[in-house]
Ligand binder design. Structure first.
Ligand code: SF4
Ligand code: SF4
Ligand code: SF4
Length: 333
């Protein structure tokens, strides 16, 4: 099996080897308790009508020296080993059809609560007998619109490049779904009591944080997915394009789109023929999402009530959680 990796990320905490050279700094998320304080503060501000703009997202300026992935669509054979590896790595429900059932290619799919990544098939204009396959997942934007749209910091961008989502904070407004220029975040409708967004994690907690490659990159038998430093991946992509200009279109999708993404692609056919959103501006969509939130009058009419309700619900839950040990103690007397 060919595992494409430009260089080791760092090392697993358990094997005693050295840590990544871009050692993590505190993430921009927070726990529920910190959130309660923030919510209380926001509620107060909003209630007196001074919440004149949505949460600014200047926090997200991308991380230098971060990691990423490069998918070379000319090397993908549509085996779906990446889908299978992702399913297993994330303990997702088994799909209705086995991973070797090619009938799934009859329709275009999007990632959802049961699949953080999917592979779609396209006709190859250069060779009708050799279809093109495109793997879809979160692109882990350098300046993620999902994070900038989220009013309560449920998303964070790690120094390693992954965009993380914290379900403990999410209250289900779904602004992230609207803001994402690549239509990636999916809503888990089966999680009725706990609002939950689902998307590719870049295998951050289980792998990348510990110096391991992502499960999909490790599983790909053709080396279509390369894991490594984003800067190195761009060099690799450029070198491939320059070496075989007849094979590749002269474009690295994600180098600049949406301000740059940590998951990038190279292709043998124009990206628009593979349903890539080629109208995504190169400028990070942060300004747009700020504008989006502040242009929704509903936000200002329900904001204090929304946060108030949210605060009350979470406070109640935290109090209930805190009462549990005492309750148990009482019962055991
Ligand atoms: S692709 Fe969408 S969900 Fe993923 S980081 Fe970018 S904006 Fe967020
Ligand atoms: S990086 Fe991890 S979570 Fe994302 S598609 Fe690959 S295996 Fe799935
Ligand atoms: S494992 Fe590799 S070759 Fe197979 S579908 Fe995924 S990206 Fe393509």
């Amino acid at each position: 099996m060919k595992i494409n990796q430009t260089e080791p990320v760092g090392k697993d905490e358990g094997d005693g080897e050295k840590a990544p050279d871009n050692a993590p700094v505190p993430e921009q998320g927070m726990n529920r308790r910190a959130f309660l304080g923030t919510v209380a503060a926001i509620s107060g501000v909003a209630a007196v009508g001074t919440a004149g703009s949505a949460r600014a997202s200047e926090d997200f300026s991308g991380w230098p020296n971060s990691y990423g992935l490069l998918t070379d669509l000319t090397a993908c054979v549509g085996c779906r080993s990446c889908e299978k590896a992702c399913n297993e790595a994330n303990n997702l429900p088994k799909p209705a059809l086995p991973f070797d059932d090619a009938s799934v290619f009859d329709q275009k799919r999007r990632p959802d609560a049961h699949a953080y990544t999917v592979v779609n098939r396209y006709e190859n204009p250069k060779d009708k007998n050799t279809p093109i396959y495109r793997k879809v997942q979160c692109n882990h934007c350098k300046e993620p619109a999902c994070a900038s749209a989220c009013p309560i910091h449920a998303y964070s961008k790690t120094p390693e490049g992954a965009v993380k989502y914290n379900p403990d904070l999410c209250f289900g407004c779904r602004y992230c779904m609207i803001a994402c220029p690549f239509s990636v975040p999916a809503y888990d409708y089966e999680s009725a009591l706990e609002p939950r967004i689902v998307k590719c994690t870049m295998c951050y907690d289980a792998r990348v944080k510990h110096g391991k490659v992502t499960a999909c990159a490790e599983a790909c038998p053709t080396g279509a997915i390369t894991f490594g430093k984003r800067d190195e991946l761009i060099k690799i992509a450029r070198a491939r394009i320059e070496k075989e200009p007849g094979k590749y279109v002269d474009h690295i999708f994600g180098e600049h789109e949406a301000g740059g993404t940590n998951w990038m692609y190279i292709s043998g056919v124009p990206f628009e023929q593979l349903d890539f959103p080629t109208n995504v501006p190169n400028k990070p969509p942060i300004e747009l999402t700020k504008g989006f939130l502040s242009s929704v009058p509903l936000v200002f009419t329900i904001w204090p009530a929304l946060f108030g309700m949210c605060y009350a619900a979470l406070k109640h839950r935290d109090e209930a959680d805190n009462d549990k040990p005492a309750q148990k103690k009482e019962e055991s007397k």
